[in-house]
Design a protein around this ligand. Structure first.
Ligand code: SF4
Length: 397
């Protein structure tokens, strides 16, 4: 839980997609192909502008996300990656984790091989479902067989650390549909799995379809059943659950009893849950330096124009009080299955956790949502994982 003062994560936002999925409220745009080259140039200009403020850290994780990063031509992605390496203190190859998100339907083996050769070690594939009718319902651009092929192509390209994203709790989805999807995903033997329960975000086409009764609303109880079933299946299949929505395949390294998270956990995302620093570059990217957090503006043309003039692209910035920092560290840390350590909190924030949050913790323990071991750790119970938002709300004052 205690972050290193000298390392940080780097997040790169590439906000371009071929088609908008019906549930998506991320900052992503279609039809902006003409801006790709200018956007990468702008991103590198932002990296240069922000480099000085981050010069006392080194980046040991990089996550290139979106959007769909792999809609960009591979030479542009490589130009981006090499440009970042020249401008920012990214640690050497053996000590870092570099991930790129890829969507089936936008990659082939040569494309992936060139990324791997350029030094990107990990690929996270947005599969979402291995049932064609669900992919169509979600407005995804790919079919299930393309998702399987994308995975195999990434393996053939040399990626040894791969993650798959799947979604459950979809409108009309039956338990058996979900079971089939997840079981098929396991036949691919990914190193890592992220399983997300669909959230119907306001102002999305999906919300409108549900409101007009064109589609059934997701069934929360059934989604809980799907999640419970997935936890059992993945445990039996040799995966360790380390965050509410994330699992990593166990390796020989995981036999060490002192490891709080599995060796194949996503190191970049761990920085968010451990409340460590990260710099986000690109439109809508968020950053946190341990004291302040900020977010970039969302408009691509405006972002390109400002970077071209060496102007600030920050749209929002907030200085966090020590109380806010503690609350956020608790809320994020409790997402980890290993929970938070009272000793670490004390060392980092100089407070006794039980004196600040004793009443809340006790109430949540009585409700069966949190458990606390005799000497140090506090974590969500299995029931608490289903009702995480109720728990986290107690730590935000
Ligand atoms: S691919 Fe991802 S970012 Fe793009 S529209 Fe779909 S969900 Fe949104």
């Amino acid at each position: 839980m205690i972050p290193s003062l000298h390392t940080a994560g780097l997040y790169i936002h590439l906000p371009f997609c071929l088609q908008k999925c019906v549930y998506c409220d991320f900052c992503s745009y279609t039809g902006l192909e003409a801006h790709y080259t200018a956007y990468i140039k702008a991103l590198l200009a932002e990296a240069e502008t922000r480099a000085e403020a981050w010069s006392n850290r080194s980046f040991d994780t990089v996550y290139i996300g979106g959007g769909t990063p792999t809609v960009l031509p591979h030479d542009l992605l490589i130009e981006l990656w090499q440009g970042l390496e020249r401008r920012l203190p990214i640690v050497s190859r053996e000590d870092r984790e570099i991930t790129i998100e890829a969507n089936p339907g936008t990659v082939d083996t040569l494309f992936l091989a060139s990324l791997h050769e350029a030094g990107i070690q990990r690929v996270s594939i947005g599969v979402q479902s291995l049932n064609d009718h669900e992919l169509a319902l979600l407005g995804r651009i790919h079919r299930a067989d393309q998702a399987r092929r994308a995975f195999q192509m990434a393996r053939a390209a040399g990626f040894e650390n791969m993650s798959l994203d799947l979604m459950f709790g979809l409108p009309g989805q039956q338990l058996e549909d979900w079971q089939r999807s997840l079981q098929q995903a396991l036949t691919l033997a990914p190193e890592h799995l992220s399983l997300y329960c669909l959230t119907v975000e306001p102002e999305t086409p999906l919300a409108a379809q549900i409101a007009s009764k064109g589609m059934p609303a997701p069934d929360d109880d059934l989604a809980a059943e799907m999640y419970e079933w997935a936890q059992d299946l993945l445990c039996a299949a040799g995966y360790r659950h380390y965050e509410i929505s994330n699992w990593a395949r166990l390796t020989a390294e995981d036999e060490r009893p002192d490891l709080m998270v599995p060796a194949l956990a996503c190191r970049h995302n761990l920085k968010y849950w451990r409340y460590e620093s990260y710099l986000g570059l690109g439109v809508a990217a968020h950053s946190f330096d341990g004291r302040r957090r900020w977010a970039n503006l969302e408009d691509v043309s405006e972002y390109i124009a400002r970077c071209g003039r060496n102007q600030d692209t920050t749209a929002f910035c907030e200085e966090l009080s020590p109380e806010q920092q503690l609350g956020e560290a608790m809320m994020l840390g409790l997402r980890l299955i290993a929970g938070v350590s009272r000793r670490d909190i004390e060392a980092r924030f100089g407070v006794n956790l039980m004196q600040v949050y004793g009443a809340e913790i006790e109430r949540l323990v009585q409700q069966g949502l949190l458990e606390s071991d005799a000497h140090d750790r506090i974590r969500l119970t299995r029931r608490g994982r289903l009702l995480g938002n109720r728990v986290f709300a107690e730590f935000l004052r």
